[in-house]
Write a protein of this length. Structure first.
Length: 317
């Protein structure tokens, strides 16, 4: 794999040529962006990437339904994972800059007005209604903007982050349990209108010990893996990910993809627990996304460098 320095250096669109001043030079420590609002957004992404140390963890459980076990010990290289689901603001920049037309953009898009739909389409709320393809494109787009190896997380990466070092934890909360009204939705508060709709701001409840928020609620999250019911039998023990081509199938809409996490009180709470593996057609546009970076290197800073353009020749008249 190419180093971050080479990847970043090959992104000319990110480099701001500044005439009459000091240019920002892209390198391993900094990425140069000539749009101030976008630079602020990207720095927020970097600030909210949580590093998960390399090592083993126990994936799966005993006594679950067949596709949730048996438990296996899995080794993962170090990686970063975004500490929340990506926001509607992120989807707005994706819409503006990627050239990709989301299938649900006309119905569901960023709106910063706090009075619009209880503010649930603002920058503090998790975005949703992406197909698997769009979620994958979103992560690759972040990679194209930064030169970093952004991808959808594998099931193993997501589960290790959710368990946060506790193989017997049931829920991805701050203590592995659901305490209604403190670290999870309370039905009483829900019915009284305390929660504005079926989603909450991404950091409403405390994070789990690794620093990840809303892994037990606030919507589903697409995984990189295709679904196989005997995952724990087939999975590699080092950095497993079940790509369709790995089990003799061509990628496409006929390959169901895995999603994790779930909504809230509207569903059976067994769907919110860590081991629950759900599947959907990759073209179905319902879920959110939490991107990973497959790297152990320190993340660069985002530097806003104003584009001033070429000097203007002064008129003699």
């Amino acid at each position: 794999m190419k180093s971050n320095a080479l990847l970043i250096a090959t992104l000319p669109l990110l480099v701001s040529a500044c005439f009459g001043g000091t240019s920002c030079e892209p390198n391993e420590q900094q990425i140069c962006v000539d749009d101030e609002e976008f630079a602020e957004y990207l720095q927020g992404v970097m600030d909210n990437m949580v590093y998960v140390e390399p090592g083993e963890f126990i994936m799966g459980i005993n006594n679950g339904i067949p596709d949730e076990g048996p438990p296996i010990e899995v080794y993962l290289d170090g990686y970063y994972l975004f500490n929340t689901k990506h926001s509607w603001l992120g989807f707005e920049f994706f819409d503006q800059r990627s050239g990709i037309e989301r299938q649900e953009k006309g119905r569901f898009s960023y709106n910063p007005d706090p009075d619009f739909n209880n503010g649930r389409y603002g920058s503090e709320f998790p975005g949703a209604f992406l197909s698997w393809t769009e979620a994958s494109q979103f992560c690759r787009w972040l990679g194209s903007e930064t030169g970093l190896p952004f991808v959808l997380p594998s099931e193993a990466q997501w589960e290790k982050a959710a368990k946060s070092g506790n193989s017997d934890w049931i829920y991805a909360t701050d203590n592995g349990q659901l305490e209604f009204g403190r670290n999870f939705y309370s039905e009483e508060d829900y019915r009284s209108g305390k929660y504005p709709g079926d989603r909450l701001p991404s950091k409403y409840f405390p994070p789990n010990p690794y620093g990840f928020y809303e892994m037990a609620f606030n919507g589903g999250e697409w995984m990189r893996d295709g679904y196989v019911d005997n995952y724990h039998e087939l999975a590699e023990r080092d950095n497993p990910v079940m790509l369709p081509e790995d089990f003799g199938l061509e990628p496409g809409p006929h390959i169901t993809r895995v999603w994790r996490s779930d909504w809230s009180l509207a569903h059976d709470l067994t769907l919110n627990y860590i081991q629950s593996r759900k599947t959907a057609d990759p073209s179905s546009g319902r879920h959110g996304v939490r991107c990973a970076i497959n790297s152990s290197s320190p993340l660069p800073q985002i530097v806003y460098q104003q584009w001033t353009g070429l000097p203007t020749r002064q008129s003699n008249h």
